[in-house]
Design a protein around this ligand. Structure first.
Ligand SMILES: [Zn+2]
Length: 280
């Protein structure tokens, strides 16, 4: 599932190709993409729009149009945006939308599991959209502070990993980068979020930023279920400290990495560096 570094990798390659281009023709082939809006209405509304910028908020791609409208693309499990369109991909059954730009090139939206969404917002609706989803701080921005993270976690009994996954404290962190961040911070994924002290919160803030920055530098991770979904291949999976590394030695202390489940998700950690201290 693409997380912040994977979405940022897509954003940074799309932005120069799309900025300044007009959407000449839009075909939305899967009604699930725009539900409950009818796909032909969204497609018609998009035609003629000119792209002013391509941004990111958490795991959302935000296409900014000169008109002030925004197209919010959430890739969910297996969504991907391809430009330029690979040869032969137009007959690919997983292509859900095709956008012809005014330079004659095509942008393809591909999604095997079909959980991805496109929301077209009218001018002025963006803030409300994210507020309604209680989307937390942008972790690589200056606004992501230790104090803010501490406030978001205060009195929360949920395991810290679950609190990271639900996007309300911090946006864009998913299963991979949550495990990596907690390893950097030496915090057990099952520790309750509200039990962390100021020092741990500060370490976690830094751990989140370190894990995400490494992910972006390696152009994200390319995992099994994502392998043939994209034209891009990240290398972050070669650098995981704990994620998916059960029984391999911890790089810091040599203890075999353990696996558990938190919030229904496979969770990897070092039982020695990330011991659960009952007293906290
Ligand atoms: Zn360790």
């Amino acid at each position: 599932m693409p997380e912040l570094p994977e979405v940022e990798t897509i954003r940074s390659s799309l932005a120069p190709a799309l900025t300044g281009r007009r959407l000449e023709h839009v075909e939305i082939l899967d009604p699930r993409l725009t539900r409950p809006e009818p796909p032909e209405l969204v497609a018609a509304a998009l035609e003629g729009e000119r792209v002013a910028d391509v941004r990111r908020r958490g795991k959302y791609l935000v296409v900014v149009f000169e008109s002030g409208r925004h197209l919010l693309v959430h890739l969910r499990m297996t969504g991907n945006v391809l430009h330029p369109a690979p040869e032969g991909r137009r007959d690919d059954p997983h292509v859900r939308a095709v956008v012809r730009l005014d330079d004659g090139s095509d942008v393809l939206y591909r999604d095997i599991r079909r959980f991805g969404t496109w929301d077209l917002l009218e001018p002025g609706e963006l803030e409300e959209y994210f507020a309604a989803r209680r989307l937390g701080a942008e972790p690589l921005s200056r606004g992501f502070t230790t104090a803010g993270l501490g406030r978001a976690f205060a009195r929360r009994k949920a395991p810290v990993k679950a609190a990271l996954l639900d996007q309300r404290a911090v946006a864009g962190v998913g299963n991979i980068y949550a495990d990596e961040a907690l390893w950097y911070a030496r915090i057990n994924p099952l520790a309750s979020a509200g039990s962390l002290d100021a020092e741990q919160i500060a370490a976690l803030r830094n751990g989140i930023r370190t894990a995400l920055r490494r992910g972006i530098r390696r152009q994200g991770a390319t995992l099994r279920d994502y392998r043939d979904a994209d034209g891009r291949r990240g290398r972050m999976q070669e650098e995981f400290r704990v994620y998916g590394r059960e029984a391999e030695p911890c790089e810091r202390c040599g203890t075999p990495i353990a696996k558990t489940r938190v919030a229904g998700r496979g969770t990897w950690y070092c039982p020695s560096c990330q011991a659960l201290t009952g007293s906290r």
